[in-house]
Design a protein around this ligand. Structure first.
Ligand SMILES: Cc1cc2nc3c(=O)[nH]c(=O)nc-3n(C[C@H](O)[C@H](O)[C@H](O)COP(=O)(O)O)c2cc1C
Length: 187
């Protein structure tokens, strides 16, 4: 697939199944991520792979965090959180370690990590796999972050759910560039 076709036709997959990319393929994905634009080369992005049984431990962490946020949650709701990471054979927790920098504010470091996440999704699709970027309450929950071993100055930018597309791809939406592009002619 050529680069423009990939960029113009990338399509998230909410239903994912085995197989996920193997270690050699993930090395290609990380090489793509590492080419994200990055002011001052701070390399703010971090990737944590969660596969196999570790997905159950992540689900437990989600449930624990949810209970701390909302102590009245019942078992059925907690189970929903427990099952979330099982929706794909592989999850990649993408985060940004945000440094104090005289020229690179936090927003730029988060955007850079977001670009790395997006580059990963594109690479995953280029390799014939599929994925979807999700967040949700636990992406902003410090209990989840510390359970994942994150630093105080680290923030989650997304959970990439990765695997093979289960079922047909959803149709691409019609988008007219004129909805979001204009030519500025000056004051
Ligand atoms: C920062 C970010 C967070 C997102 N969080 C969620 C989410 O929690 N749940 C969800 O269904 N989609 C989420 N999405 C949207 C999906 O990743 C996806 O873009 C959307 O389903 C549209 O599909 P498409 O990318 O194929 O157009 C998020 C996207 C971004 C960029």
């Amino acid at each position: 697939m050529d680069a423009l076709t990939l960029l113009q036709q990338r399509n998230s997959a909410s239903k994912l199944c085995e197989p996920a990319p193997d270690a050699a393929e993930m090395a290609e994905v990380f090489a793509a991520a590492a080419r994200a634009p990055d002011h001052a080369r701070l390399r703010p992005w971090r990737f944590r792979l969660v596969e196999g049984e570790a997905r159950r431990r992540l689900g437990e962490l989600y449930a624990e965090a949810a209970l701390r946020r909302q102590p009245s949650l019942g078992e059925a709701e907690l189970d929903k959180y427990r099952r979330q990471p099982l929706r794909a054979p592989m999850l990649i927790v993408v985060s940004a370690v945000v440094q104090q920098h005289p020229k690179v504010p936090k927003i730029e470091q988060l955007l850079s990590a977001g670009c790395a996440a997006y580059a990963s999704l594109l690479a995953i699709e280029a390799l014939g796999y599929a994925g979807i970027w999700r967040t949700g309450d636990h992406a902003f929950d410090r209990h989840v972050m510390s359970g994942l071993g994150m630093l105080d100055n680290e923030e989650i930018v997304g959970f990439l759910y990765v695997g093979s597309r289960d079922g047909a791809a959803k149709p691409l939406p019609e988008v007219a560039a004129s909805d979001f592009v204009e030519t500025w002619m000056g004051l």
